[in-house]
Design a protein around this ligand. Structure first.
Ligand SMILES: C[S@@+](CC[C@H](N)C(=O)[O-])C[C@H]1O[C@@H](n2cnc3c(N)ncnc32)[C@H](O)[C@@H]1O
Length: 192
């Protein structure tokens, strides 16, 4: 089995894309914004019976991860090129995922850019629906204001229990923010 990639047609075409040919037989995990893909590929190697879907908005990053996953012959990695806020609801049905990771989402600190922040109530409500009962969303954030905003957004959406957790994996971004002395919040939000 080889790594699979999927590029959904643009939503402007105004018809539903055919769903990605996912045939998971075991657990299903979603990562939004895998960046350089270190954590994704690490997990995919650790858990060969789990299928890992990752949605990355930047084509360059998507291509690099696809090449790395193929070089490691990871047949349990399914990469989607797109904006998670736009394509997830077109591609996946509710109650599908065991775990969802959104680690170090870009904080977009300037007020005029705040619309780009990923973890807002609208997306969180969809992510809650995508999770199986008892499933979890994992988040790490290095920007204090964004961490507070994320916690409030989860509270607004409701249906989660929040737990503090330890670092999951020393990705490029985690190492970068730690080296700059930033405090990092790690959360697990369990669907209750
Ligand atoms: C700061 S990086 C963190 C990467 C990785 N999660 C890590 O912890 O090392 C944020 C990543 O999210 C991706 N991203 C940002 N907005 C996105 C969106 N709307 N949909 C999918 N990916 C997105 C960026 O392109 C980037 O790769």
């Amino acid at each position: 089995m080889s790594t699979k990639v999927y590029i959904p047609p643009p939503k402007e075409l105004e018809f539903a894309p055919s769903p990605p040919p996912l045939e998971p037989t075991g657990p299903l995990v979603l990562e939004i914004g895998p960046g350089k893909g270190e954590f994704l590929l690490h997990l995919a190697e650790q858990e060969p019976k789990t299928t890992f879907v990752a949605v990355e908005i930047r084509r360059g990053r998507f291509t690099k991860i696809a090449k790395r996953a193929a070089a490691r012959q990871l047949g349990n990695v399914f990469l989607v090129l797109g904006d998670a806020r736009e394509c997830l609801t077109r591609l996946f049905r509710p109650g599908l995922f065991d775990r969802i990771y959104v680690l170090f989402p870009d904080p977009w600190p300037k007020r005029r850019h705040s619309k780009h922040r990923l973890l807002k109530p609208e997306l969180l409500a969809h992510l809650r629906d995508f999770l199986k009962p008892g499933g979890s969303i994992y988040n790490a954030t290095d920007a204090g204001f964004y961490s507070e905003e994320i916690v409030s957004a989860f509270e607004e959406v409701g249906g989660f229990r929040r737990e503090a957790i330890a670092s999951l994996y020393p990705t490029y971004f985690e190492k970068k923010w730690k080296a700059l002395g930033r405090e990092i919040d790690y959360w697990k939000f369990v669907k209750v």
